[in-house]
Design a protein around this ligand. Structure first.
Ligand SMILES: O=c1ccn([C@@H]2O[C@H](COP(=O)(O)O)[C@@H](O)[C@H]2O)c(=O)[nH]1
Length: 279
């Protein structure tokens, strides 16, 4: 039986560090690598990046949108990215930001977290915009299969605060929407050791004051690198909770390709920097 995601996450970052690489085959990046914006270009790009970084980082985060763009053939490439990243020993966090009414959430959960699915990953990102309760099928399927979830709480983009910093009414605790999501995660992870399986997405670019990040769960911090987030920001934003954070960068690493040594070097530098600041 697969161990709970939280256990596997804690072991992975202890062994390989707190840096996550996003495998995001942007059309412009394919062009920079001298590849065509075709399925063949996508496959070459994504698998070259996986081979260069997956053996050296704890978490690999393919962004589903860049594969979906090519329809079923792009999804077939995503399946290989997932399989080859896992074979290289990295945890795969598929960035799909799914979420719907409960019955549909159930189907999404089975698509990404049931090991019988061709897209089965270690963890996925999910969106709570239909209410946290609508996500409970994801929680059930994750529990059964040892999977992990990362719920959007305080995202890295400048538009996020319109929703995430809106206040809930008294019936729902009179707190910001982002804080409400962190509170739900804290409840789900209560008592888990070494850390729970239910994580938050919190940008490495945000102010962060006003949030309590002690959720006893993993935290994905995208926006590191290209969007301006730094290792110092991880310490500033998360404080004592920083030891459960993976800082994620996509373009910041991929821009160095197709030179595998350069991409691997970027992973090692980021891991070293995070280790020296986070201990
Ligand atoms: O708050 C969020 C949530 C997800 N993302 C995703 O992370 C990467 C960022 O890519 P960079 O090239 O390192 O900027 C991308 O897949 C986003 O969809 C995010 O940026 N912010």
């Amino acid at each position: 039986m697969t161990a709970p995601f939280g256990e596997r996450f804690a072991a992975a970052i202890a062994e390989r560090g707190q840096f996550c690489v996003g495998i995001d085959p942007h059309a412009g990046m394919l062009h920079e690598w001298g590849l065509d914006d075709t399925v063949a270009g996508l496959e070459k790009f994504a698998l070259t990046a996986v081979e260069a970084v997956a053996p050296y980082c704890s978490v690999v985060k393919p962004q589903s949108a860049f594969y979906e763009r090519f329809g079923s053939q792009g999804i077939a490439v995503l399946e290989r990215v997932i399989a080859e990243s896992r074979a290289a020993g990295a945890l795969v966090l598929l960035d799909v930001k799914r979420g719907d009414i409960g019955s549909t959430s159930q189907a999404y959960a089975e698509a990404y977290l049931d090991p019988r699915s061709p897209l089965a990953s270690d963890a996925i990102t999910i969106s709570p915009y239909l209410g946290f309760g609508s996500l409970l099928p994801f929680v059930e399927v994750a529990r059964i299969n040892g999977g992990g979830l990362f719920v959007l709480a305080a995202t890295s983009n400048k538009e996020g605060p319109e929703v995430q910093e809106a206040m809930t009414n008294d019936e729902f605790g009179g707190r910001t929407v982002g804080s409400a999501m962190l509170d739900h995660l804290r409840e789900l992870n209560h008592g888990a050791h070494p850390v729970g399986s239910f994580g938050a997405v919190v940008g490495a670019t945000i102010d962060g004051s006003g949030y309590d990040f002690a959720i006893n769960g993993p935290i994905l911090a995208p926006g590191y690198g290209e969007q301006g987030g730094t290792a110092a920001d991880i310490v500033r934003i998360f404080g004592a909770s920083a030891h459960h954070v993976v800082a994620s960068s996509s373009r910041g690493v991929l821009r160095l390709g197709p030179d595998a040594g350069a991409m691997r070097g970027a992973v090692e530098r980021a891991n070293d920097e995070l280790r020296s600041l986070l201990g």
